[in-house]
Design a protein around this ligand. Structure first.
Ligand code: GTP
Ligand code: MG
Length: 294
């Protein structure tokens, strides 16, 4: 009796390829916008922590960048975050997009090496009918020694209560790791930058989702309003031209989208000053990367 009612707590790593819906899942489970989401690849650039405290205990989620082969320092760092998340996890949720073809062999060996219990979360089941969902489950069933296979829709909310229930079943018994009121560990400046970067991603195409980033330089609370100044980094002048757009049209749209997102977050009027900065090769510069992400 006592054993069943003991509190459980631990770390849960969310891993998988880009765009499979890891960050959407985190937000849905947290019922809050912890991580940004976009249809563009490699949206999540660092490990993002979401802390969920319930009557069962506390699950600390590590949302991680999508798994890929790194060709730049930035991507090496992104993959280091994934390895760290796997290393620190008590439980791993491996996400796949039910509608996307996957070649997971190298990932399976990564999961195997981690020696952690792994759930398979088959996401986006809203895209297929029930019959196809069952077929997909069959395809994946014997591919890896999954502890559980859970078909979900992070967007529509299908099976989220079920997966939460299963997560707590696998977490070790223990007291909470963080105060109950904490929901994330990111700094305000980083989070504010992410909210604006999401709007950049929504508006750019081609190589720009990969070659842009954003750094918040100043946040000043002026009482009734908040002033935010941020730099949008690009790698060359051609990209700068694209982001600025004809007669400043695109950067203005990004600025409006960003301001609206920040006004929702601060619940105040916001002035958002955006500057576009050319930093050649920033993705390969440890110094710039440290400056932006630490
Ligand atoms: N149809 C459908 N779309 C979804 C679902 N979950 C996420 N998406 C969409 O999939 C896209 C990628 O979602 P993200 O949550 O950013 O994916 P991610 O795995 O975090 O991607 P990276 O951060 O790049 O690794 C977005 O356009 C989401 O709206 C789902 O359950 N159903
Ligand atoms: Mg993500």
């Amino acid at each position: 009796m006592k054993k069943n009612s003991a509190r459980r707590s631990g770390y849960v790593a969310l891993v998988g390829r880009t765009n499979v819906g890891k960050s959407t899942f985190l937000n849905a489970l947290m019922e809050a916008k912890i991580a940004i989401v976009s249809a563009k690849p490699q949206t999540t650039r660092r490990k993002i922590v979401g802390i969920k405290t319930t009557e069962r205990g506390q699950a600390v989620f590590f949302d991680s960048p999508g798994l890929h082969k790194p060709h730049f320092k930035l991507n090496e760092l992104m993959m280091k975050d994934v390895r760290d998340a796997l290393h620190d996890a008590d439980l791993v949720l491996y996400f796949v997009d039910i509608g996307a073809p996957q070649h997971d062999e190298f990932i399976f060996s990564l999961l195997q090496e981690s020696k952690k219990p792994v759930f398979l979360a088959i996401n986006k089941i809203d895209k297929l009918n029930r019959g196809r969902v069952l077929e997909k489950i069959q395809e994946y069933r014997d591919a890896f020694p999954w502890k559980e296979i859970v078909p979900i829709s992070a967007r529509r909310g299908d099976n989220l209560e079920l997966i939460e229930e299963l997560i707590f079943r696998y977490l070790p018994e223990g007291e909470d790791l963080y105060p109950a009121e904490e929901t994330t560990l990111q700094s305000q400046a980083f989070y504010v930058g992410e909210l604006v970067r999401e709007k950049v991603l929504d508006r750019v195409e081609d190589e720009l989702p990969f070659t842009t980033t954003l750094k918040v330089e100043e946040i000043k609370d002026r009482g009734d309003t908040v002033y935010v100044r941020a730099d949008v980094y690009v790698e060359n002048v051609a990209q700068k031209k694209i982001i600025i757009g004809k007669q400043g049209g695109l950067i203005k749209l990004i600025g409006t989208d960003g301001r609206e997102a920040l006004e929702e977050y601060f619940a105040k009027k916001v002035f958002l000053d955006l500057f576009v900065k050319v930093v050649p090769g920033w993705r390969n510069s440890p110094q710039v990367i440290r400056d932006i992400f630490d």
